[in-house]
Design a protein around this ligand. Structure first.
Ligand SMILES: [Cu+2]
Length: 159
């Protein structure tokens, strides 16, 4: 039994250097990023899109990328006149299942980038009733303050 435990510890130790690998290049702000749709100080936001609710539903999801050329900040809230409320959500593996989970804030590291995308971080938009091709969403950053970002509304998917 002791021997099995020791082997497990060694396996864990062998894994850790990989986990400390540098962040991947495509997320770096210097990499070719899509044009920003809004900026706030050193923060640039791009790829802002909304997936509208499916027929009969009222909850949609927002995705975006935040690139930070300055000091670390945190996204702490989001709101829009086109929704009743917006929560910051992430996905986590729990017992082999992907589950959505509300988070209080999203860290935006200094000189880094955070991408909200399907299967990961997203803006959960409740009571979403998009009235046009673009809806304004105000993002609230702990240090930077508020910035209103035009989110492009994707075509509604069937069912
Ligand atoms: Cu969600």
């Amino acid at each position: 039994m002791k021997r099995v435990l020791a082997a497990a510890v060694l396996a864990l130790a062998a894994c850790s250097p990989a986990a400390q690998k540098a962040p991947e290049a495509p997320l770096a702000p210097e990499a070719a990023a899509p044009a920003a749709v809004a900026t706030l100080g050193a923060l640039a936001i791009d790829s802002a899109i909304v997936r509208p609710p499916v027929e009969g539903q009222t909850t949609g999801a927002g995705f975006l990328a935040v690139r930070n050329g300055g000091e670390a900040d945190r996204l702490v809230a989001a709101f829009s006149p086109a929704t009743s409320s917006i929560e910051l959500h992430t996905h986590r593996h729990v017992d082999g299942m992907m589950r959505m989970e509300k988070v209080d804030a999203v860290d935006i590291p200094a000189g880094g980038a955070v991408v909200f995308e399907p299967g990961g971080l997203h803006l959960m938009m409740f009571g979403l009733a998009p009235t046009g091709d673009v809806i304004p969403v105000t993002l609230k950053f702990e240090k930077g303050g508020d910035v209103t970002v035009p989110f492009k509304v994707m075509a509604r998917s069937a069912g």
